[in-house]
Write a protein that binds this ligand. Structure first.
Ligand code: FDA
Ligand code: NAP
Length: 448
C-alpha cells in the first residue's frame, strides 16, 4: 500500500485546521480517510487540513473486549470506506490483498470476520493516515480563540489537550470540530467499580492483572452481546469456576438481523429518520432496538445452550443462567465480593460470594456540548434537552457561533440507531466531508 508523504504536519504552531477531530476511533478514522482521499484528488489549495487527537497511546478499538474468537456484528463490506467509495484503497478487501490473505479469506466464506482481524484492519487504516493523528493527547477544553476580540460570530476555536501524565499541553486551532469520543460505560446507580467489581469495557485488562489462579465463581450482569461474550470466555477459560449470568430477561434473546429489519442501518433510513417527527423516531427506535441492544448473536446463544445442556447430562451446573433476576446488593469483602441476587418472579433472594462481578450493562451517550466550555450555551436543544443536530451532523448553534461542531456519535435521537455504530461510518464521513467542503466556500449558510 502506498501512502501520501507522511511528514508530520501537526505541530506547525500557527496552523488553523479546517477540522480537528476529538477522539480517533473508527468514526473519526473513517473521516480522516475520506479527507485523505479528497486531498489526493484536488488541487493543493482545495485540500482540507485536519488533525485528530486521541487519548490512547496508539490506535485501539475496544481492546478490553477483544476476546479471542469474538466476531463482528456487521458485514466486512461495511468497513471504513466501501459504502462511500467502493474503489477505496482503505477497504477491507484492499487490506486483505495487502496482507496476502484475500484468497484465503474468500475460501473462508465469512461475512463477519473476527474482531481481532477487524481490529488489525482498523490499525492498518490508522497507519495509512498517521500524519493526521496525535496519540496520547486527551482533549480537555474547547474555547473561542483567545484574544480574538473581532466582532461577529465565533469562527475559530482553540482545542486544548493534555498528554497522559498531564505534563505536555498542546493547543490546536480549528474552524470545525469532529466530536468522536465514543460512548461511556454504564454502571447501575450506586455501584462503584473496584478491584473485584468491573465493567465489561475493561474486562480483558482487568483479567490480565487478576491475581487469583483458581477462581471459584464469577457473576456476570446483563443480557447483551457483551454479557454473553464475557460469560462464554470465563466459562471456557476457568474450567473450575462457576459462571452465574444474572439477567432481567428470562433468557438471552437473539439479535434481529433479518434483511428487512436490517434496513434500519441503511443510509436511506437516516434520511427518513432525520426527517420524521419525534414520536415516529421514538417508535422506530423501540421497534428495532432488538437489532442491537440487549440482544445476542444466535450462534453464541446456541453455543452457550449446548454447553449448559452438556453439563446437565453430566449432572453439573457450572454455567448458571439466572433469568428474571437482579443483583440487589454488592459488597467488597477481604477475599471476594458478596453478591445478593433477587428472583424477580417469586422475590426470593440468594446470597453468594464471587471472585469477581462483571457488569456488562452497556453504555450511554455523552453530552458532547459539555466539552464546548463557554460555547455550550450556544447549542440548541429540543424540549427534552437533547441536542439539535442538522442532517450534516452539525450541532445547531445560535448566531454567535459559525464554527461547525460535527457529531460523530451521539446522534441516535436525530439520525437513528446507526448513530453510534459502524454501519454508517463510511457514508457519514463522506457527508461530513462534503459539508466541510461546501462550507469552506460559502461559510455562512449551508442548506441542511
Ligand atoms: P469509539 O469509542 O470506538 O472511539 C472513541 C475514541 O475517542 C476512543 O479511542 C477514545 O479513547 C477517544 N477519546 C474519548 N475521549 C477523548 C478525549 N477527550 N480526547 C481524546 N480522545 C478521546 N458496532 C458495530 O456496528 N459493529 C460491531 O461489530 C461492533 N462491535 C462492538 C464491540 C464492542 C466490544 C463494543 C463495546 C462496541 C461495538 N460496536 C460495534 C459499537 C461501537 O460503538 C462502534 O463499533 C465504534 O466503536 C464506534 O466508533 P467511535 O469512533 O464512534 O467510538
Ligand atoms: P447492551 O446491548 O446495551 O446491553 C446491556 C445489558 O445490560 C442489557 O441486557 C440491559 O438490560 C442490562 N442492564 C443495563 N442496565 C442494567 C442495570 N442497571 N441492572 C441490570 N442490568 C442492566 O450493551 P452491550 O452488550 O455492551 O452492547 C453494546 C454494543 O456493543 C452493541 O452495539 C453490541 O452489538 C456491541 N458489542 C459488539 C460485540 C462484537 O462485535 N462482538 C461485542 C460486545 C458488544 P435491559 O435491556 O433489560 O435494560
Amino acid at each position: 500500500m502506498t501512502f501520501l508523504p507522511s511528514a508530520h504536519e501537526l505541530d506547525q504552531p500557527d496552523s488553523v485546521y479546517d477540522i480537528v477531530g476529538v477522539g480517533f476511533g473508527p468514526a473519526n478514522l473513517a473521516l480522516a480517510i475520506a479527507i485523505e482521499e479528497h486531498n489526493e484528488t484536488v488541487a493543493p489549495d482545495q485540500r482540507l487540513t485536519a488533525a485528530f487527537l486521541e487519548k490512547q497511546p496508539s490506535f485501539g478499538w475496544h481492546r478490553g473486549m477483544l476476546i479471542e474468537g469474538a466476531t463482528m456484528q456487521v458485514s466486512f463490506l461495511k468497513d471504513l470506506a466501501t459504502m462511500r467509495n467502493p474503489n477505496s484503497r482503505f477497504s477491507f478487501v484492499s487490506y486483505l490483498h495487502d496482507k496476502g490473505r484475500l484468497v484465503d479469506f474468500i475460501n473462508h466464506k465469512v461475512l463477519y470476520p473476527t474482531r481481532e482481524e477487524f481490529h488489525d484492519y482498523l490499525r492498518w487504516c490508522a497507519d495509512g493516515v498517521d500524519h493526521m493523528v496525535r496519540y496520547g493527547l486527551e482533549v480537555t477544553a474547547v474555547e473561542p480563540v483567545a484574544g480574538s476580540a473581532a466582532p461577529g460570530p465565533v469562527r475559530e476555536v482553540e482545542v486544548s489537550a493534555l498528554d497522559v501524565d498531564g505534563a505536555e499541553r498542546a493547543t490546536y486551532r480549528a474552524r470545525n470540530l469532529a466530536l468522536g469520543t465514543g460512548l461511556v460505560p454504564r454502571m447501575p446507580d450506586g455501584v462503584v467499580r473496584s478491584a473485584r467489581v468491573w465493567h465489561s469495557s475493561e474486562f480483558l485488562h482487568r483479567l490480565a492483572d487478576f491475581p487469583v489462579a483458581a477462581p471459584r465463581r464469577f457473576v456476570v450482569v446483563g443480557a447483551g452481546q457483551s454479557a454473553a461474550e464475557v460469560a462464554d470466555h470465563l466459562h471456557r477459560t476457568y474450567d473450575g469456576a462457576e459462571v452465574c449470568s444474572v439477567l432481567s430477561r428470562y433468557g438471552y434473546s437473539p439479535a434481529d438481523d433479518s434483511p428487512y429489519a436490517n434496513r434500519i442501518f441503511d443510509p436511506e433510513a437516516v434520511d427518513l429518520y432525520h426527517g420524521a417527527d419525534a414520536s415516529v423516531r421514538n417508535r422506530l427506535m423501540e421497534y428495532h432496538r432488538n437489532t442491537n441492544y440487549g440482544v445476542v448473536d444466535i450462534d453464541l446463544i446456541d453455543e452457550l445452550y449446548r454447553r449448559s445442556y452438556q453439563e446437565k447430562v453430566r449432572g453439573e451446573n457450572r454455567l448458571r443462567i439466572m433469568g428474571a433476576a437482579q443483583v440487589t446488593h454488592v459488597e467488597d469483602e477481604a477475599d471476594g465480593v458478596a453478591v445478593q441476587v433477587r428472583n424477580l418472579a417469586d422475590g426470593s433472594e440468594e446470597r453468594m460470594t464471587a471472585d469477581v462481578i462483571v457488569y456488562a450493562t452497556g453504555y450511554t451517550e455523552p453530552d458532547h456540548a459539555v466539552l464546548l466550555g463557554s460555547l455550550t450555551g450556544a447549542c440548541r436543544r429540543d424540549d427534552s434537552g437533547r441536542l439539535l443536530v442538522h442532517r450534516d451532523y452539525r450541532l445547531h448553534t445560535d448566531e454567535t457561533v459559525e464554527t461547525g461542531f460535527y457529531l460523530q456519535g451521539g446522534t441516535e435521537h436525530t439520525h437513528g440507531i446507526t448513530g453510534n455504530l459502524l454501519s454508517m461510518v463510511a457514508v457519514r464521513a463522506g457527508e461530513i466531508r462534503a459539508s466541510l467542503v461546501a462550507r469552506r466556500h460559502a461559510p455562512v449558510t449551508v442548506p441542511v
